[in-house]
Design a protein around this ligand. Structure first.
Ligand code: HEM
Length: 467
């Protein structure tokens, strides 16, 4: 047991890959016990489909409630969030009489799935990038960079993180949040890079570096929610205002509301910043691909302005852009779905006991040679141009079932708009001769991997003339 624990904390992903190899002969789920907690690890896509289908005896809510508790929500607030509400309540429709915690998933979908609410957010993203991704704005910005008369140099990972967290919070909370705490994206970066300490529930005395910035984010969100709603409502997304109204209606106080919203702030911001970094890095280290990206997106521009951002979302117009997006997610994704077994259940022919957890590590599925082709460790977007791989049940960068990431459309829109605009307006050069950055594969995250410490690298941006 302790052996598993040591290996799990050092390199959980490596341990899972090793265990899968060991049990590969029968491909059945296997059990892993870490410090007294048993996980059933599901490594076959057909078994993971069974997990996602089963909402009766496998519960996602337990995982969310655990996170809420770890991040400071009181038990009484969690109980309120997960107590069924009348079907006749006012506010967001609740025909099945569900709790706000369960209803929240439907509210995310209402905000983020294709439709007019998503289009509104996409317009905000587009306007923000158009405004803040140009020479003049970047010269004035306080983000980490060194500025010359002819170029700007910036640490790519740090910069993408700062840029995307500012963008994400603006689009969801409006400009007022930056006025409440201008340094919030920095606190988020500090917290998010150490999130593994939260996921492993490190003791307090070993995790101040994670918990101090977390407290600061929660405090700033609390201040934001003490500003009268009328003053911030216009700039905020429907979801933020509605979640606030719904939570207050069931008696959630401001402190607990801020912690609930902290989870939202996290979901919006943690993965997109890293995905943008990895995608750009793969392009910068593959100049022919970078040129192809630029060329395919060109018809959507008038001069320096991206006039038709939806054109570049369409695989029929931009097959390479589409393939590069998928290949980046395949290689940089770490996520795993977790469910609690609430009644003895059989998955893949194996009995799973009540009280234990089921883990579906998606990253393992993404390296299946029989599906993704040879050399699965290499970045080769061309593998996406044959067959319909993105419809495979082994393709899970956004999880699956009813908890599948509802932000996936906005994430793709934001990253594609950002990269296309950046390449249109600037030439990019790596400063010095750094090796390709390594991903921090050993530490868990909830989506896209971080880089190992010290692996950020500098990129020089030079304004580009358009003939
Ligand atoms: C490339 C970027 C992103 C990746 C890789 C990603 C990945 C994921 C993953 C793996 C999950 C967990 C699914 C499960 O357990 O089955 C998730 C959940 C979620 N994501 Fe994302 N995500 C991204 C961007 C976003 C964005 C931009 C938003 C919001 C604007 C967002 C909102 C959410 C929400 C709300 C959930 C919880 C779903 C629920 O329980 O209803 N994500 N995401």
């Amino acid at each position: 047991m302790l052996g598993h624990a040591a290996a799990f904390f050092r390199d959980s992903n490596g341990l899972l890959a090793q265990a899968r190899k060991h049990f590969d002969h029968n491909k059945a789920p296997f059990a892993l016990t870490v410090l007294g907690m048993t996980f059933y690890v599901v490594t076959q896509s057909k078994h993971s489909a069974e997990v996602y289908r089963n909402t009766d005896t496998l519960s996602f809510e337990d995982f969310v409630q655990g996170l809420m508790r770890t991040n400071g929500n009181r038990d009484s607030a969690i109980r309120r969030m997960y107590t069924s509400l009348p079907a006749s309540k006012i506010g967001f429709p609740n025909p099945q009489g569900e709790s706000l915690g369960v209803l929240a998933q439907k509210m995310h979908i209402h905000q983020l799935h294709p439709g007019k609410n998503l289009t509104l957010l996409q317009e905000r993203v587009h306007a923000w990038i158009n405004h803040y991704l140009n020479w003049e704005s970047m010269q004035q910005s306080t983000s980490p960079s060194s500025k010359g008369l002819t170029h700007i140099e910036l640490p790519l990972y740090r910069w993408c993180s700062d840029y995307f967290v500012r963008l994400g919070q603006h689009v969801y909370f409006g400009h007022i949040l930056a006025e409440v705490d201008h340094d919030l994206p920095n606190s988020f970066f500090q917290f998010d890079e150490l999130i593994w300490k939260m996921l492993y529930q490190y003791p307090g005395f070993l995790s101040y570096d994670m918990s101090v910035p977390r407290s600061r984010i929660i405090t700033s969100l609390r201040k934001y929610f003490t500003i009268p709603q009328a003053e911030r409502k216009e700039g905020a997304a429907w979801l933020i205002n509605s979640m606030e109204d719904e939570a207050k209606a069931i008696g959630i106080d401001e402190e607990n509301l801020a912690i609930i919203m902290f989870h939202l702030y996290f979901a919006i911001n943690t993965n997109t910043r890293k995905t943008a970094f990895w995608l750009l890095t793969y392009l910068i280290y593959n100049p022919p691909l970078l040129a192809a990206y630029r060329q395919e997106t060109e018809p959507a521009f008038a001069g320096h302005t991206l006039v038709n951002p939806f054109y570049i979302q369409d695989a029929a117009n931009c097959p390479q852009v589409d393939a590069i997006w998928h290949e980046t997610l395949r290689l940089s994704g770490w996520s795993a779905s977790v469910r609690l077994v609430t009644r003895d259940t059989v998955i893949g022919g194996k009995l799973m006991r009540k009280g234990n957890r089921v883990l579906v590590p998606h990253r393992l599925l993404h390296f299946d040679e029989s599906l993704f082709g040879e050399r699965p460790n290499e970045f080769r977007p061309e593998r996406w141009q044959r067959g319909n791989l993105s419809r495979s049940s082994s393709w899970r960068p956004f999880g699956g079932g009813k908890t599948m990431c509802s932000g996936r459309f906005l994430a793709r829109f934001s990253v594609t708009t950002f990269v296309a605009t950046l390449l249109r307006r600037f030439d990019l050069e790596v400063v010095g001769n750094p090796p390709f950055p390594q991903a921090d594969e050993g530490r868990p995250v909830l989506g896209t991997m971080s880089i190992k410490e010290g692996h950020d690298f500098y990129v020089r941006l030079l304004p580009r003339e358009i003939e």
